[in-house]
Unconditional design. Sequence first.
Lengths: 329, 318
Amino acid sequence: MGRILEVKDLVTRFHTAEGTVYAVNGVSFHLDEGEPLAVVGESGCGKSVTMMSVLRLLPEPPAQIASGTAFFKGRDLLKMSEEVIEHDVRGREIAMVFQDPMTSLNPVLTIGYQIEESLKAHLDLEDEPARERAADLLAQVGIPESPKRLAAYPHQFSGGMRQRAMIAMALACEPSLLIADEPTTALDVTIQAQIVELMLELRQRRKLSLIWITHDLGVVAGLAERVLVMYAGYIVEEATVDDLYDRPQHPYTLALLAALPRVDRRRNQRLKSIPGAPPNLLVQPHGCPFAPRCEFAISRCRTENPGLTDVGPNHRIACWIDVRTRKQR
Amino acid sequence: MTVENIPELTPVSLQDEIETPVLSLTQLAWRRFRRHRMAVAGAVALVLLVLYCTAGSLFFTEDYANFNDLSIKLQAPSQEHPFGTDTIGRDILARTIYGGQISLLIGLTAMLVEIIVGVLIGAFTGYFGGWLDAVLMRMTEAVLIVPQIFLLLVMAKFFGGSIPDIHLFGRDFSGSVIVIILIIGLTAWPYTARIVRSQFLSIKENEFILAARANGASTWSIIFGHILPNSIAPIVVAATLGIANAITLEAYISFLGLGVRPPTATWGNMLEGAYNYIDQGIYWLWLFPGLLILLIVLAINFVGDGLRDALDPRSRAA
């Protein structure tokens, strides 16, 4: 299987009135064709900004993609003109589903209009075939009576239905890569499960590559094969799902997993939390960003950023310490 | 309390799922509009006034409205001239009918000019921001700080006779009508531009705009297909009030003798000269055109008010 997306040394900053925000600090990752990849990390760690940089959705200024490349099917997305990326990539080759279905559909346009729009723009369909295709898409994402629903406005849909409609919109032109930015976060648990299932099914049926951004490690397990863990604009660990759960190696991943609520834990036991707060991104990063909160930290951690290194097959971490021996590797 | 008194509960049939009728936003707005009594009254009055001006021309020709006969000047309302005659013996009833057409024409087209210019400038400044915003908004403010009336009078005086009469729809329009439309439209747009700009500034930050971009919507379609429909409510309100405003402004400049040139009648220029006769008790010169201006401006303002409530997505009364 070939690489569909290869991002190298992506650096994104925001120049704001308070100073420069170091949002993404040299992120590299790749995605194979048809592969599901999960990106996890807490709020503000740069997950969404990374993906939005790749799709060039950030307003420039204040955002600035300072360096890096993002090769998608052999073309560098970061060097494309706005017109080209708008017409050839967004919605056509790479589509995105957002977190909150309540706010990501235009309230004054019908569901049908919003799905048909990209069909008309990218596939040059006429009104009638576009409408048929849109109804078909709604049916595929599990919305009953879809031809009738095309005339509905978003406020007439429930949260889960809206997210289904969003997915239909994203899949309208059969993109080869779907980026899902926390698509289940705003939904309640039963609907979450339905949406995850729907996405998995669609992915399989359409041989879709998938990047799933989430801060819910619980969702990741059934979803992806490979996981990137991000912290403060860095990738700190990259592993297969099994490795990540069974043999986590970065102190941050360890802390995250320890913070997960478990069914088998005693009832009066408190959830474990990570002490401290994520770093202020207004400060130019130096050393390992997790060092101030890390129980394993040594003096080297505060001055030198470790960078990603291989620790096993398909397993890379950015840490000076071997957490099993508590010694510098 | 005995148990027998409790009425038996009717079992809820599962087939009785409530079917919400799919109402478009227009239908929702219409429901809310109907509740606003003054607005409905205004709308009815407006329709009647428009009928008066259009159907009225079936009874009188424009030549009759412009025909003067000094021998019957300043006659009080009578069987033959229900609204009386003016200073040079023209029938005031016929003149209010044809004058109304011109006044409405000026109101509508000046509003169109105002809305088109205002929406375009507001949309581009609000959406793109940056230097375009800076340049266009300074220009807007420059137009705004000069009092509109003053600007109107200067422009009316300057461009007054510069457009020749035109022949359209089998009628002759005084070139001054076009001049008035343009100068009203071109001095009133800054208000619309500011409203539209502020709408764009806030709406473009919504996640659905980001989602539309992420799925490949072009800039053009974001501006006109996604953001503009979201700001249609204040624009519609600005447009209705713009009509009323244009009609009053036309009356104002025409009253001062700088507006539409006779013999083309407008409600405004019919008032011109009437003030000389106020103290002589010749009330019919100013009463009828004055009343019509008052009625139409009131009616439009009520309609605008009703539209504001009806189109506001936050007012949930439906």
